[in-house]
Ligand binder design. Sequence first.
Ligand SMILES: Cc1ncc(COP(=O)(O)O)c(C=O)c1O
Length: 460
Amino acid sequence: MQGVTKTGKAFPNLPYSAVIIDSTYSRLLYAARQCFSFHTQTNRAAYLRQLQELWCPDFNPNPVLPCLCVRTAFDLFLQVKNFPEGSELIMTAINIRDMSLLVQHHKLRVVPVDMDVDTLEPDISLMERLITQRTVAVLVAHLYGRVINMEPVLALAEKHNLVVIEDCAECFAGFSHLGDPRSDISLFSFGIIKFSTSFGGGVAKVRDHKVYKKMLALHKQYPVQTCSMYLKKILKYIPLYSILHVWPFPTMVQKSREMGVDWKDTFVSFLRGFPNNMIQNIRYQPSSPLLAVMAKVQSEFDPADIAVQRIKCEYFLSNLPPCLKVVGTKSQVNHFWLFPVVVDKPDLFIACLAAMGVDAYRGATQLNYIEPDGPNVPLGPPLPEQQALPPLTPEERYPYRCRELISHVVYMPVNRYVPFYMLEQMARVCRIVMLSLEGIKLHGSEQMAVETCRTIKSRL
Ligand SMILES: Cc1ncc(COP(=O)(O)O)c(C=O)c1O
């Protein structure tokens, strides 16, 4: 029968989730073993040298600082730059909350700039209007594994003599892109749900050698993360890895979901680092086991993994109905770290997908939109060339498109582990769900849309 899969059902449940742990059991065990091994200063220096070699090719020789996480490096950078209190830092208006908290911790004002949902680039003309005499820096994040065009940002920063902070936490995809060498700092994360995870860890590329040396000196004063701190994380991630990737656990989790028990929020809260006392918890040097894992994982980096992820996501994308809006499809480069779509009614969309056996999720990341700091308090004095223009109103400053994106985003369970025939099935499910949601206009009931999906699944 056409459309019927190997299991005999047209729409079997799909045991895949929106986030993956890009690792293996053997890497987790390697990480655990490192925590019990004896690491000398010579070993530590060798791991650092190995990372240095990987991260300093001719096309981007900016020095490298491996650290505990992106937030550690960003905090070090802000300490060294020591911008005057009340200076303004323009940030693309979607990021994790800790990044804007760090800016505020350094007594700087966060000025969000709205972004385009298709390119995920900041609105450059708005960014220029947001620059005042107090603006010192711009921070742009490459989100969801997309890499945006940095040229307009760099040109604007050069024109106004601003520092450029490039947040590459979500876009590591090998050593062909190490951030733009003209950015003052580029930050990469290797936290648990990132590509090539080392179960923590971050890398900063710093343009100015003097700033780099000061960051290094400050970093050396931090206590070193203990082996037991790193081991604790690994022990937490082993069961999580099993649940996500090792048969029969994903199927068992899925069965429990069908019976009404959804563990996702519990799992995701497990994945979060530093829930409290963020500043205190990020001011550590990485342990030698963490450096050993970073060096091993990164030196074993296989571009084929990223290529397969991209091809599978592109394949899924090409099968989706055009009425389903996918985020960041027009960005310069797309490594598809996640697969976000935006829909009018995200909870209903998820419920319909769940009724057809697809596990999409809203809370896969900690990303949020950034509210302006004191929205009604005027920004600093305008630049001389902007004095003739009327000041931006709070409405004009507000990042409405980012708020819209975050309020309506759903992450699809698409990644390199999902077989092609299941991607086809999932795209078909999306089409049916969109048609069911269309039906609300006729029958007016949201519950009916979910019931329709359930009926379709059970009858085929
Ligand atoms: C856009 C973005 N910036 C910064 C960070 C912080 O990275 P880390 O956990 O390495 O501090 C993350 C991590 O989730 C992120 O997604």
